[in-house]
Design a protein around this ligand. Structure first.
Ligand code: NAP
Length: 432
């Protein structure tokens, strides 16, 4: 029987006055195992996590795993898809991890993941995308893909402010637009049959996302940050996102960055040669180049010249497309990790990026790498790099040895197919 018993031992993480996490040696980490394939994946993952910690720290550091409930299991046990206790546990213990959750049909919740992100204000969706040697990929040089996407997680068209065609509210919004902004209203091609959505993009929301992206680039010695936007069309939302992002880079991180915006100003004032010289000098001085790309072109270029991209800062919808398109380049959905983070409060939930794949539930068959690599992100977030590195090594070696789950096996010649749990064993064996 599931329950929300408090953890018997362990110490909660805390946020220090300097905005840095205070990480005890026995942090309590809430986890949701997830629906569908979630339990199989969690069983394999938690063994890998514990083995890596044991190997890295010889028992000095360990996680006290604290199960909390969401999704189908929560609904079956507590008649709630997302019990308040779960949100409170993530709030109290700051950092947690979760498997995939069924999206309930009806019942007023559009997505449990979105609900969690909104309630904890997890404003960054962090999606690192890199290739593991040997993973089947549709592109020629998947090893060139090594990017980290910072997707804004709380604004944009995802805010969920929509007015259904034919509804009373929709009629009110259209009437308001017609009365107050007749010219703009006249641009609605078929007003009688139009659904309406609102796309909020704020300066604060942009600034905090951009700070996180630049700080990451500084901490991880990444040479560029690319702002991806569609500002050529949506000037006051995506265009403003571009401009505010450059402002943050210049005003708050001027010692660390050189921006294309600065380059353009120097071109206007002194000509292109002078601007190029200025940029070269900044690169030599180790400054991060902050540039921008229109979303559609970026989607081409991440494919045609991936080495031009390192850290990417982008809005919610662009980030959604971009992270899945990039994941496909390096082996797809079974292996892409993710984290949802509020760098100001310290709250973070790391999670599988795939769904519950119900047809594979309880078959001990699927690839657990997405949750395991999300755990790697979590350990990195806690500053436990040694454990993170061991897990990455275990995965790299297992794939190089061609011992893989069904999804890679069907695309790799001469590979040995192993179960989800066996893949976990292989990772542990191959940690070094
Ligand atoms: P899905 O569960 O991601 O599954 C789609 C396909 O992706 C699977 O049939 C399988 O492909 C492959 N796949 C997914 N996870 C895999 C893994 N760990 N290892 C190997 N292959 C994997 O997407 P869906 O069927 O559209 O969604 C099912 C449910 O999940 C829905 O309720 C949806 O709302 C929910 N969902 C939850 C999350 C989340 O919690 N983060 C995200 C997305 C969707 P093959 O059939 O080719 O083997």
């Amino acid at each position: 029987m599931a329950s929300f018993e408090p953890p018997a031992s362990g110490t909660p993480l805390k946020m220090g006055p300097d905005g840095k996490l205070i990480v005890p040696d026995d942090p309590i980490i809430p986890f949701v195992e997830g629906d569908g394939i979630g339990p199989d994946i969690w069983k394999a993952s938690v063994r890998v996590f514990d083995a890596a910690l044991e190997k890295a720290y010889g028992g000095k550091k360990k996680v006290v795993w604290h199960e909390v409930y969401a999704g189908q299991k929560a609904f079956d046990e507590f008649e709630s898809w997302l019990p308040d206790e779960t949100v409170e546990a993530f709030r109290e213990y700051l950092v947690g991890i979760k498997g995939p959750l069924t999206t309930p049909i009806g019942g007023g919740i559009r997505s449990l993941n979105v609900a969690l992100r909104q309630r904890l204000d997890l404003y960054v969706c962090l999606r690192p995308v890199r290739w593991f040697s040997g993973v089947p990929s549709p592109v020629k040089n998947p090893g060139d893909v090594d990017m980290v996407i910072f997707r804004e997680n709380t604004e944009d068209i995802y805010a969920g402010i929509e007015f259904e065609q034919g509804s009373e509210d929709n009629a009110k919004v259209l009437a308001f637009l017609k009365e107050q902004f007749p010219q703009r209203f006249s641009k609605i091609r078929f007003p009688d049959t139009a659904g309406i959505g609102v796309k909020p993009v704020s300066q604060e929301g942009t600034a905090r996302l951009m700070r996180a992206a630049i700080q990451y680039a500084i901490d991880h010695k990444r040479p560029t940050v690319t702002i991806v936007h569609k500002g050529n069309i949506m000037k006051f939302t995506e265009g403003a996102f571009r401009n505010w992002s450059y402002e943050v880079a210049e005003k708050e991180y001027g010692d660390h960055t050189y921006t294309w915006s600065q380059w353009e100003r120097t071109v206007a004032a002194k000509g292109q040669e002078a601007a190029n010289a200025e940029q070269d000098a900044a690169k030599k001085a180790g400054k991060i180049i902050v540039k921008d790309a229109i979303a559609d072109i970026a989607l081409q270029q991440v494919l045609t010249r991936p080495t031009d991209f390192d850290v990417i800062a982008t809005l919610n919808l662009n980030g959604d497309y971009l992270s899945d398109a990039l994941a496909a380049q390096v082996g797809g959905i079974g292996i892409a990790p993710g984290g949802n983070i509020n760098y100001s409060t310290g709250h973070a939930i790391f999670e599988a990026t795939h769904g519950t794949a119900p047809k594979y539930a309880d078959k001990d068959m699927v690839n657990p790498s997405s949750v395991i690599l999300s755990g790697v992100l979590m350990f990195e977030h806690l500053g436990w790099q040694e454990a993170a590195d061991l897990i990455v090594k275990g995965i790299e070696t297992s794939i190089e040895n061609k011992t893989v789950t069904y999804d890679f096996h069907r695309l790799m010649e001469g590979a040995t197919k192993v179960k989800c749990s066996e893949f976990g064993d292989k990772i542990i064996e191959n940690m070094g």
